[in-house]
Design a protein around this ligand. Structure first.
Ligand code: 13P
Length: 339
């Protein structure tokens, strides 16, 4: 294992004033996004949409890496240039989502286990050949009055750790993503307790499976109130609780932490990241790895029409710049209104 190379990729993924674009929606998930804007979910439309993003020169100035769905890694732009090349030309690192999704977990009603370990070494070797230098695997944990169970947390943490060890063996830097979902009416204290338990379990498993923490990126949820909770915690409280949990669980050897947006509004996701970076004294880089919070605006502006491409690229550039400022703790709400 070449820890120095894995570490160099991790550092590039969290380089100052940049963050990751999660454009790795599966064909089923992009269907939902396209349905919302009245676009047919065809291979050429998926290609055109993602090409629009990767050719957004201004936005890509703020993007250190792009997470791709497997189809996109092997797709070419309309002019025949591989989409991976567009990402590299923009100065970003291409990466690939390798999990097969969260599937119902036998014996654990209401919970899921993320699958995809079978055949993983071969898949990673081929992705590396095509230019991918990092990978992503997302585990999903739900909060209910009686969940999550220890069995589901442990099985998901174990799979994440086996995935991460396999990535490092194949020369790809793993993004380790244990997502505690926002769905539910639980208070922020519950999210904090569950997130802490999940992260402790994940790092215990990473250590057991001999994963080099220097050669990975953590992609966690933020500690927030449940979506249907009557008391929505303010920005400063989210920042304080999230950083406290991460300090307790994520060793300083981890080069960077890149958050998912998980259903927060665009501006909330930016404001929370900004507030955390304003706290200062953090042992790791804290940045974004947003899917929805970077793409909702450009998707709405595009709506599948070629004449809307410049407007979509402007919308993408705006969100990328706002999140870049947040990664430095220099975002101001007034910048949103000005735009
Ligand atoms: P969201 O920011 O939309 O949560 O997506 C990030 C991601 O990669 C989820 O796996």
């Amino acid at each position: 294992m070449d820890i120095a190379a894995l570490n160099a990729t991790a550092l590039k993924m969290v380089e100052p004033d940049k963050g990751l674009l999660a454009a790795d929606e599966s064909t089923g998930t992009i269907q939902k996004r396209f349905d919302a804007i009245g676009v047919e979910n065809t291979e050429p439309n998926r290609r055109d949409y993602r090409e629009l993003l990767f050719r957004s020169a201004e936005a890509m100035d703020y993007i250190s890496g792009v997470i791709l769905f497997r189809e996109t890694l092997y797709q070419d732009a309309a002019d025949g240039t591989p989409l991976v090349k567009l990402i590299e030309q923009a100065g970003a690192v291409p990466g690939i989502k390798v999990d097969e999704g969260a599937k119902p977990m036998a014996g654990f009603p209401g919970e899921t286990l993320t699958e995809g370990l079978d055949g993983l070494p071969d898949l990673l070797a081929k992705a590396h050949e095509r230019g991918a230098r990092f990978a992503k695997w997302r585990a999903v944990i739900s909060i209910r009055p009686d969940l999550p169970s220890w069995g589901a947390v442990h099985a998901n943490a174990h799979a994440l750790a086996r995935y991460a060890a396999t990535c490092q063996d194949q020369g790809l830097t793993p993004i380790v993503e244990p997502e505690v979902l926002m769905d539910g009416d639980h208070d922020i204290e519950v999210c904090e307790r569950v997130t802490r338990h999940v992260l402790q379990t994940v790092f215990a498993e990473l250590n057991i499976q001999r994963v080099a923490l220097e050669g990975m990126i953590l992609k966690p949820n933020m500690v927030v109130s449940g979506l249907d909770c009557p008391r929505q915690a303010p920005v400063e409280e989210v920042a304080r609780r999230t950083v406290a949990v991460l300090k307790a669980c994520a060793p300083a050897a981890v080069p960077g932490i890149a958050f998912l947006s998980g259903g927060q509004s665009d501006e909330q996701a930016t404001a929370h990241l900004d507030a955390m970076n304003r706290l200062g004294g953090l042992p790791w880089k804290l940045t974004f790895s947003y899917g929805r919070a970077l793409q909702q605006a450009p998707q709405a502006a595009w709506a599948g029409r070629p004449e809307n491409v410049p407007a979509a690229q402007r919308a993408f550039a705006h969100r990328a710049r706002m999140n870049s400022l947040a990664s430095l703790g220099r975002w101001e709400g007034v910048l949103e209104r000005a735009a």
